[in-house]
Design a protein around this ligand. Structure first.
Ligand SMILES: Nc1ncnc2c1ncn2[C@@H]1O[C@H](COP(=O)(O)OP(=O)(O)O)[C@@H](O)[C@H]1O
Ligand SMILES: [Mg+2]
Length: 385
């Protein structure tokens, strides 16, 4: 009787075992806590009958650890108590063994043990070192499939400056803006201020590669510009200043890649209205339940306007070569012109976040959404696509 070779046994095991999904969260950006909250929900939603799930936390200083999948531990309870990855846990590394990538756990005074081959990574990271192409680059180098946008689309989507350049180059509408580099601000502040003056106040001052409204201010006059630039520069040496969409409505649309050669799908459009105590959709209005932010899903808009927003969302997804998922955010100006504010390649992903809610209202419930994203990742090629 012929016995199976090791290779044949491995291939058989790969076919019969459940795909192993590493859910990676936390990370080095200011959105660490939000990422943990998202992970708590996704870990709960992944079907453990179908997938073998490994929770991998990245600590604030960048160490990868084997985390707990306890959703209670990862929930947001207040602004002062955002969840975080536990620094005391065992280190996990991604190691290549015989051309497959495995997760290896290193516990104090124990022999490193493998958790087995990783079939796909679900990177639930927001902001720099996660949503910006850096983690995606590491996974590309390791030949590991992952959910969501690749290196270039992640990097361009993260950087509000380059995102606008690419959108503009494809004729997609964005608000007028200027970019302030650390060097220009140090060397020729008067010229920078003059450029901002010429945009016309009020303006929004933002870290170019930020998120969750952290470091963003609305500036009403020249006198308060410097403080806002310095505040944004705490988070990113590159600062974006943009004309305010005065009197505009804030709407968003979800996009998911199609299977195979199918085009991307757009969700229903949703509207955000913040309580008048907030000047804009700031951190508290985004995440703290008591702040009375109203999310209307679907938005009450004329059909033609919703269709235009969906079409622009798919176009933005395609011109930026996004894969997997994205949320595209817009302003509808008082004259009904629509402008793209930004694209998020890893949007907030708790069940109460906009992206899952828009998909739920479009007929794709949270667990199905999570499953579709994992399936898209498992089916895609590694390398240049
Ligand atoms: N040009 C603008 N006009 C009006 N509101 C703006 C403008 N830019 C940003 N905002 C407000 O600030 C919020 C956060 O800005 P955004 O560019 O989306 O940054 P983030 O990546 O942190 O979400 C927006 O949701 C909106 O409420
Ligand atoms: Mg935003």
């Amino acid at each position: 009787m012929r016995t199976m070779s090791q290779t044949e046994q491995d291939a058989g095991a790969a076919r019969t075992r459940k795909p192993r999904i590493a859910v990676v969260f936390g990370g080095r950006s200011t959105e660490h806590g939000i990422s943990c909250a998202t992970a708590g929900s996704v870990l709960q939603a992944i079907d453990s009958q179908r997938y073998d799930v490994v929770p991998v936390g990245i600590t604030r200083d960048g160490r990868w650890v084997l985390e707990s999948a306890d959703p209670q531990r990862l929930a947001i309870t207040s602004r002062d108590a955002l969840p975080h990855v536990d620094d005391a846990r065992a280190t996990v590394t991604l190691a290549q063994q015989d051309s497959v990538s495995e997760l290896v756990v290193h516990e104090a005074s124990a022999v490193p043990r493998t958790l087995g081959e990783v079939d796909a990574v679900f990177p639930l990271l927001h902001g720099p070192w996660g949503e910006d192409g850096t983690l995606q680059g590491l996974l590309e180098m390791a030949g590991v499939r992952y959910v969501g946008a690749g290196v270039l689309a992640s990097a361009v989507g993260m950087d509000k400056h380059y995102m606008k350049l690419v959108l503009q180059a494809h004729g997609l509408p964005v608000l007028p803006y200027t970019v302030i580099t650390a060097r220009a601000w140090e060397r020729d502040r008067a010229a920078v201020v003059e450029t901002v003056d010429s945009l016309g106040y009020p303006v929004f001052v933002k870290p170019a590669r930020g998120g969750s409204s952290i470091g963003i201010s609305k500036v009403h006059d020249r006198a308060t510009l410097a403080a806002a630039v310095e505040e944004a520069a705490v988070h990113d040496p590159k600062v974006l200043v943009e004309v305010s969409a005065e009197g505009g409505r804030e709407v968003e649309c979800g996009v998911i890649q199609g299977f195979g050669t199918n085009p991307p799908d757009a969700s229903v459009v949703a509207e955000i209205a913040v309580d008048p105590t907030h000047e804009f959709y700031d951190f508290a209005a985004k995440y703290l339940p008591e702040e009375n932010t109203s999310l209307t899903v679907p938005a009450d808009l004329p059909d033609a306007l919703s269709a235009r927003i969906q079409e622009l969302s798919v176009q933005a997804f395609e011109v930026l070569s996004v894969e997997g998922l994205a949320r595209v955010d817009f302003f509808v100006l008082p004259d009904e012109r629509v402008v793209i504010n930004e694209i998020n390649t890893m949007p907030g992903f708790t069940p109460s976040s906009m992206f899952p809610r828009m998909w739920d209202a479009s007929g794709l419930a949270y667990p199905e959404l999570v499953d579709r994203l994992i399936q898209l990742a498992l089916q895609r090629d590694t390398g240049l696509r």
